[in-house]
Design a protein around this ligand. Structure first.
Ligand SMILES: [Zn+2]
Length: 265
């Protein structure tokens, strides 16, 4: 069953989740409809990848127009594949909106309960995790590649939401398009960092190589942290298989743009 839809608005294609997230302003951008040149073509939303800053600003302006929010309401972190989560509010609006320099330092997760604040994260193969507690009206967004997942960013997000009053069983989570087990060939050095209790469920051999199911690991970690299995949904897209739609770090050889995820109450 598909938990997502892709719609075109203002010339941009945006992926949205069905179900609990439907009532929120949220989305995950695809790579088309922007102004960046190769290898960032065309809707690169990351300032940190070597693209022209003016192109990123224009791409983000188009994304804001398509999703109906103001650029100045955005809050983003400087993502470092860590597990630091910031609880943010309206006084921090604009941090990371028009430059990576003003983004929250070394922050991969954002949690907020204030309407109108727009949380933003970026990825190209790493998993963006969306969170929503519909009872307490609390949202969260996290950048979680394998390093962040193993470092415990998912649990840190749920802990931050619990401190604001969330019960884990009321939290909905969604995994944005990420690199799938079809394409994520890894070395033994990475495989050894996966928690032992999950290795036989997320690592498997094929043609004498090791493949890693990153979205499965994310699901297992969120489930272990107390989110109900029926409240965790995941995109069916692999970013590497669908290079026509998404930026893929692996698929591009390391030089490419970033998709943006946004969520707002
Ligand atoms: Zn794939």
């Amino acid at each position: 069953m598909s938990h997502e839809t892709i719609n075109t608005r203002e010339g941009l294609s945006l992926l949205k989740f069905k179900g609990a997230f439907d009532c929120l302003r949220h989305g995950f951008s695809l790579r088309h409809g922007g102004v960046s040149r190769p290898p960032y073509d065309t809707l690169n939303t990351g300032f940190h990848v070597g693209d022209e800053p003016a192109a990123v600003v224009e791409n983000r302006r188009r994304l804001a127009l398509a999703l109906g929010y103001q650029d100045v309401d955005v809050i983003a972190g400087q993502q470092v594949h860590g597990s630091v989560v910031a609880v943010v509010d309206g006084t921090m609006r604009g941090r990371g909106a028009c430059s990576d320099k003003t983004a929250l330092p070394a922050t991969d997760g954002l949690v907020c309960c204030e309407p109108g604040v727009v949380l933003m994260c970026h990825a190209a193969d790493c998993t963006i995790l969306f969170f929503y507690d519909a009872v307490q009206r609390i949202i969260g967004l996290a950048h979680a590649g394998w390093r962040g997942a193993v470092a415990g960013i998912g649990l840190a997000m749920i802990d931050a939401m619990k401190e604001l009053g969330s019960k884990p069983e009321n939290i909905h989570a969604a995994l944005a398009p990420t690199i799938g087990p079809c394409c994520y060939r890894v070395g033994e050095d990475l495989a050894e960092q996966v928690p032992v209790r999950w290795r036989d469920r997320v690592l498997f051999g094929k043609l004498n190589q090791i493949y890693f199911d990153l979205p499965k690991l994310q699901h297992l970690l969120l489930s272990e942290a107390g989110i109900r299995d029926d409240k965790i949904i995941k995109s069916n897209f692999c970013t590497c298989c669908s290079g026509d739609k998404f930026f893929s770090h692996r698929g591009s050889g390391g030089h490419t743009g970033r998709m943006a995820a946004i969520i707002s109450l």
